[in-house]
Ligand binder design. Structure first.
Ligand SMILES: O=C[C@H](O)COP(=O)(O)O
Length: 245
């Protein structure tokens, strides 16, 4: 039985004052659902102090553990700051920083080396969706971004159609199920029972108003939430929907 996971990605949002929202999230008792918040790196240490049972994660890490890489943060540094997870291969990193599947795989290896759980993101563009190549794109990204050695404990997959991120549009539930079932089959083929245990999150415009139906969809084990994770009232409603799913 896979535990559900509500993951919030604050992206490049959040100052010290935003930690009151984290306090509101941490105040909610859940038994069925694991909760993760990934604030900007500048807030990780302070977030850990406010988080209670909420796990804190980074939003990226370098593939190397240290060195001359100005502006980058290593997996070891995230771990040292108190993080337990790191988001890798988000489409915004792939687009803004030209990250390839091989880059994401190297970062995933680095995350595991630092004892962080890697939240590896995949997703098709609107052009790829309309061109009918979504499953091919997902297959290639999954194979290239995930090194051998992925387990249910060290890896979470997040399926995020790029065109659904921050747009208020979501795929149909049939489309979400098709991709999640496909990812599950690919994971099981490659990793066996570890692939059965690995959590697969949906991300892209998840809100309190659509959470219940998304969480009732096949092989959806939770959500990676952007905008709606910034407000405790929205995110706790999403957690409640997962708890009830
Ligand atoms: O990492 C989170 C996703 O990019 C989803 O963002 P969103 O919930 O604002 O659409």
């Amino acid at each position: 039985m896979r535990r559900k996971l509500a993951a919030g990605n604050w992206k490049m949002n959040g100052l010290g004052a935003s930690l009151s929202e984290l306090g509101g999230i941490a105040a909610v008792a859940t038994t069925q659902t694991d909760v993760l918040i990934c604030p900007p790196a500048t807030l990780i240490t302070r977030a850990v102090a406010e988080a209670g049972s909420v796990a804190i994660g980074g939003q990226d890490c370098h593939a190397n553990s240290s060195g001359a890489h100005t502006g980058d943060v290593s997996a070891e540094m995230l771990k040292d700051a108190g993080a337990s997870h790191v988001i890798l291969g988000h489409s915004e990193r792939r687009a803004d920083h030209g990250e390839s599947d091989a880059d994401v795989a190297a970062k995933t290896q680095a995350a595991w080396g630092a004892d962080l759980v890697a939240v590896v993101c995949l997703g098709e563009s609107l052009e790829e969706r309309e061109g009918g190549t979504t499953l091919d794109v997902i297959k290639t990204q999954l194979a290239g971004s995930l090194p051998d050695g992925a387990t249910a404990a060290n890896t979470v997959i997040a399926y995020e159609p790029i065109w659904a991120i921050g747009t208020g549009k979501i795929p149909t539930l049939e489309q979400i199920a098709e991709v999640h079932d496909f990812i599950r089959a690919e994971l099981e083929t490659r990793f066996g029972t570890e692939g059965t245990g690995m959590r697969v999150l949906y991300g892209g415009s998840v809100k309190p108003s659509n959470a219940t139906e998304i969480f009732a969809t096949s092989n959806v084990d939770g959500a990676l939430v952007g905008g709606a994770s910034l407000k405790a009232s929205d995110f706790t409603a999403i957690i409640a929907a997962l708890d009830a799913a």
